[in-house]
Structure formats: structure tokens, C-alpha cells
Design a protein. Sequence first.
Length: 97
Amino acid sequence: MSSASESPDSLVHDQEAKRKVLNRLKRAQGQLTAVIGAVEDDAHCRDVVQQLSAVSKALDRAGFLVISTALRDCMTTPDADNATNPDELEKLFLSLA
């Protein structure tokens, strides 16, 4: 992400959204560490897949939160010079689908 001075739709100005995104990413990081450990320990494939699913969901939720924050900003300040346009937001949203 760029700094707040570069882009009005960065998470820096929405501290609550930033905190939530970071929490989700840190959760995904911990889950990914668990997946790596499970593979290294020759865990059952069911356990590995369950952990991978958890990582994937945590990352998706972080991405959706980033996009929803940008959408909210776009609706409240549509005339901002560097605002992300709705078509770009739609493309980003669909990239997570």
C-alpha cells in the first residue's frame, strides 16, 4: 500500500479498518505457519487442507475489507483527485471471487 499522502483510498486514514486488516493478515500468517509445520510433520491431508482453507478465508476477508473501505471512501469523497474509480474497485472485488 502507498502512504496516505499518495492515495486518499489507503487504509492509513481509517485506523479501525487498518487494524482489522492487519489482524486478519496476522491470523493468516499464523495459520500459514501451521500449514507449513503440518506438511513438514507429514500431517494427514485433511488437516493440511483445513488449515489451507482457513488461510484462504482470512486472506479473502482482508481483501474484501480493503475493497469495502475503498468503496466507502469513494462514496464519501467521489471528487478526490486520486480516488479509485468504481470500475477499478469492481475489478479488484472480482479478482477475489
